[in-house]
Design a protein around this ligand. Structure first.
Ligand code: UD1
Ligand code: CA
Length: 452
């Protein structure tokens, strides 16, 4: 089926410069929660309006967008996306500000829709506070929805309400969309009026109201964050991941973690991240969009857009930036920063180092305080370090530069030229010894004191 997401609304109560649907839950913009859900069911289209350009910038390329300007109601939103609707396919309608809906619920709705051969199937729920929602009215085996502002006192007492999620037959929508009018209390084109026009319609009542909870302000945003967080952590724990302190752990919806991995407190894992088995992550680690193997340790460190192979140890206090690749058994230690750098098997950079645009072989030791000088203020240049090389402490490797296999650079060297395999390179001033100089200086100073 086709999936149309309505996301043109203003979201005034967010008090934000940004459109409501780009605000994040567990590091993922609300609209992307809905788009990813929709993609599991078919081609996705999004109706944008308020701050459309910003919303569009968050959407994947294969999502079509339809501009609704001005916004004249949910029915008008669907009219604006008429070209997206197909006569031969069902149309699932979702809201961009309802992020926690599940696949299971959509599957139930789909099953009911197909079994009943409906023209429309409405997802509803029952609440003691129905104010603001459209009320569900059943007459002669059909469903009708009356909006809160148009409802009579009797109708207002109805507790079954419209979630705003529906499956329509595409053909039914195309044939009836033009019949919608804005002759109602709000002067809007109501999508809900289409429901009343259907001959064959029914509802699926949802038990878990959280799934259809919308976000209108930042309090609700935080409430859904708390619930989503708890659900994700529980799922991970039930699948064999130890979460030492669920209160201080934040894990996004697209994170996968293997069995017997332990997540220590104050850890945030976001984006499309995969972590293998038997790892130890945290305390105090932040991992985004990264791929991590088995038996890896990431302690008090930042990891972004990086690949970490098995048995690597990172941290404490390391920062792996975009394009870092650490091969098996690498050790990256405290105050080491890497960017667009591959570190070969068994190699180590344990202390106070910057490795940028570097390719480092196997069994290399990068001494404390080593810096790849990869930037001259205009361009970035690469550094290559061969297998088995030993970079002395406090070396500056001025790129572009190539350190040969098995080569050694003396501590404190500024290396500006390539070093051949197995050579020693020294790039520093020779040490000078002045015998007795210190003693003589002390005596001079003492004599000067006496004269005063
Ligand atoms: C709508 C339903 C109501 C239901 C409620 C559930 C109608 C007429 N009413 O209420 O029965 O109980 O949702 O939350 O459909 N949007 C657009 N363009 C517009 C108007 C809205 O894209 O012109 C989008 C909004 O961004 C939002 C969604 O549609 O994501 C719902 O809009 P909102 O104004 O919250 O819903 P209501 O019309 O109040
Ligand atoms: Ca609303």
């Amino acid at each position: 089926m086709k999936v149309l997401i309505l996301a043109a609304g203003l979201g005034k109560r967010m008090k934000s410069k940004y459109p409501k649907v780009v605000h994040k839950i567990l590091g993922k913009p609300m609209i992307n929660w809905v788009v990813d859900l929709g993609k599991a069911f078919g081609e996705v289209g999004v109706v944008v309006g308020h701050k459309a350009d910003i919303v569009k910038s968050y959407l994947p390329e294969d999502v079509k967008t339809y501009l609704q300007e001005p916004q004249l109601g949910t029915g008008h939103a669907v009219m604006c996306a008429r070209d997206f609707i197909s006569e031969n396919e069902d149309l699932l309608v979702l809201y961009g500000d309802v992020p926690l809906l599940s696949k299971e619920t959509i599957n139930k709705l789909k099953k009911e829709h197909e079994e009943q051969k409906n023209q429309v199937t409405v997802l509803t729920f029952v609440t003691d506070n129905p104010a603001g929602y459209g009320r569900i009215i059943r007459e002669n085996g059909k469903v009708r929805i009356v909006e809160d502002k148009d409802a009579t006192e009797e109708e207002k007492k109805i507790k079954e309400v419209n979630s705003g999620i529906y499956i329509f037959s595409g053909k039914f929508v195309l044939e009836n969309l033009d019949k919608l009018s804005n002759n109602n209390a709000q002067g809007e084109y109501y999508l809900t009026d289409l429901v009343g026009m259907a001959e064959r319609s029914s509802t699926v009542i949802l038990e878990d109201i959280v799934e259809v909870s919308g976000v209108n302000d930042r309090i609700q945003l935080a409430q859904l964050e708390t619930i989503a967080k708890q659900r994700i952590l529980e799922k991970l724990m039930l699948s064999g991941v130890t979460i030492v302190d669920p209160n201080s752990t934040f894990i996004g919806p697209d994170v996968e973690i293997g069995m017997d991995t332990i997540i220590y407190p104050f850890t945030i894992i976001e984006g499309y991240t995969k972590i293998g088995e038997d790892c130890e992550v945290g305390p105090y680690s932040h991992i985004v969009d990264s791929n991590i193997g088995n038996e890896v340790k990431v302690i008090r460190s930042e990891v972004e857009k990086s690949v970490i192979e098995n048995k690597v140890s990172v941290g404490p206090f390391s920062r792996l930036r975009e394009g870092t690749v650490l091969k098996e058994k690498v050790k990256i230690g405290n105050f080491v920063e890497t960017k667009k750098t591959t570190v070969g098997k068994n190699s180590k950079a344990q202390h106070l180092t910057y490795l940028g645009d570097a390719t480092i072989g196997e069994d290399v030791n990068v001494g404390a305080g080593t810096i790849t000088c990869n930037y001259d203020g205009y361009k970035k240049y690469p550094t290559y370090i061969g297998d088995g090389a030993f970079i002395g402490s406090n070396s500056s490797l001025v790129a572009p530069v190539n350190i040969g296999k098995g080569a050694i650079t003396g501590a404190g060297s500024v290396i500006t030229e390539d070093v051949p395999d197995d050579a020693l390179a020294l790039g520093r001033a020779r040490q000078i010894i002045k015998e007795g100089w210190a003693k003589k200086k002390r005596e001079e100073l003492k004599n000067a004191d006496h004269k005063e």
